[in-house]
Design a binder for this molecule. Structure first.
Ligand SMILES: [Zn+2]
Length: 108
């Protein structure tokens, strides 16, 4: 806003109010300009907050399913890995058992 605005500035008829004044000058109270500025700033902040909010909602809407799909995929891989480890352990034990059997046969 006009930095040093005062109502009735530029008046040349020495009036004290718009009612008395015959000049074509602005008698709007300074507060009106200040409040309008404040309102515009708040409207801007509100708009920004709304955009921010909408953007976050969009990210969550997108990321949510992606994350749960990945979680499920990892869970399945973990189960598969456990299963493979069990098989590997079992076949290792079988080999050890077989080897011991063979050793007994050769030593006796
Ligand atoms: Zn005047």
């Amino acid at each position: 806003m006009k930095e040093k605005y005062t109502p009735g500035q530029g008046c040349e008829c020495h009036a004290h109010s718009e009612a008395e004044c015959g000049c074509d000058v602005d008698w709007t109270p300074r507060e009106v300009y200040e409040l309008r500025e404040q309102r515009d700033r708040l409207a801007e902040a509100l708009l920004w907050a709304k955009k921010e909010h909408d953007a976050r909602i969009a990210v969550f809407a997108y990321a949510g399913p992606v994350i749960s799909a990945e979680y499920e995929r990892l869970g399945m891989r973990l189960m598969e890995a456990k299963h493979n480890a069990t098989i590997a352990r079992e076949s290792a034990l079988a080999i050890v058992k077989e080897t011991k059997k063979q050793q007994k046969k050769t030593t006796h």
